[in-house]
Design a protein around this ligand. Structure first.
Ligand SMILES: C[S@@+](CC[C@H](N)C(=O)[O-])C[C@H]1O[C@@H](n2cnc3c(N)ncnc32)[C@H](O)[C@@H]1O
Length: 265
């Protein structure tokens, strides 16, 4: 299959995750939104317990001393700020200004010079200079036009591009809960191999390494229940019922994800 066909498949498969309109209409909050607080905690953990897994290793070995790092879909900086001692300048792009505020506070404390760009990649790519190395961690399952996203990343990087993504769609683990609460099934694809196949078809010499996620998904059942209410379009007042259901279905503790690091030079 060529890149165009693989890109169309990625888009179709991602679209198959759309939430049925009648369920979405009842959602108290946007079920797709990411919480800056939750990602702030993730970044603080990444800073206090440095991860020596493949993503940080591949970034670190390619980033020149005081080099320019581009972090796309940066959130609060979990995938870039741990390299703070090596970064000469960080360009952080995110569709969410609150995420970028969280990143700026942390970058300032660490003494990392940073420029933030609010907007969707690749729409805002023209505002970003060419970097030495680029990272996009846990973003691709939000990106329907993955070919355009990857081409722009490659075009804005003179050295290495690194992606990190879970092996399965990040909402896959909730499939039994969608069945239980709404009686609907959720898709399986796309998975990481679909992203890798597309990147290879685009002509990038991709390399891949997979491992168990270094962090558990939730630190408490209450944390999980709050997140499920948001993602599964349930009133937050049902958190206790969600927690009970999760226990009944044998879903706690949630097994760690597999994370995939993809890179090319
Ligand atoms: C799951 S979070 C990951 C954040 C961070 N990279 C990390 O690993 O903790 C995904 C982030 O990507 C952002 N995002 C999603 N699609 C994007 C796009 N096309 N351009 C820029 N940001 C995007 C979201 O706003 C969110 O902050």
């Amino acid at each position: 299959m060529d890149a165009e066909e693989l890109a169309a498949r990625w888009r179709e498969r991602l679209e198959s995750w759309a939430i049925p309109d009648e369920i979405l209409a009842q959602a108290p909050v946007d079920p797709w939104s990411h919480s800056p607080e939750r990602f702030g905690t993730r970044t603080d953990r990444a800073l206090s317990e440095p991860d020596e897994g493949p993503t940080m290793t591949r970034l670190s070995e390619a980033l020149p001393e005081k080099g320019i790092l581009l972090d796309v879909g940066s959130g609060t900086g979990a995938a870039s700020l741990p390299l703070h001692e090596r970064i000469g300048h960080l360009h952080a792009v995110d569709a969410s200004s609150s995420m970028l505020e969280g990143l700026t506070v942390r970058a300032d404390k660490l003494g990392v010079p940073v420029t933030t760009i609010v907007g969707r990649w690749p729409d805002v790519a023209h505002q970003v200079p060419v970097a030495d190395v680029a990272i996009a961690a846990h973003v691709v399952y939000n990106v329907p036009d993955l070919a355009g996203f990857l081409r722009a990343l490659d075009g804005h990087t003179q050295g290495r591009v690194v992606l990190e993504l879970p092996h399965r769609h990040p909402m896959s683990w909730m499939t039994p809960l969608w069945q239980h609460f709404h009686g609907v099934d959720r898709p399986v694809r796309p998975i990481a191999e679909d992203c890798v196949a597309l990147a290879a078809a685009l002509g990038f010499a991709v390399r891949v390494e997979e491992r168990e996620a270094p962090l558990e998904r939730f630190t408490s059942l209450a944390d999980l229940a709050a997140s499920v209410c948001r993602r599964v379009c349930l009133d937050p007042a049902r958190a206790e019922e969600v927690a009970e259901t999760v226990l009944e279905l044998g879903m706690w503790p949630v097994p760690r994800d597999r994370w995939v690091t993809v890179w090319w030079d």
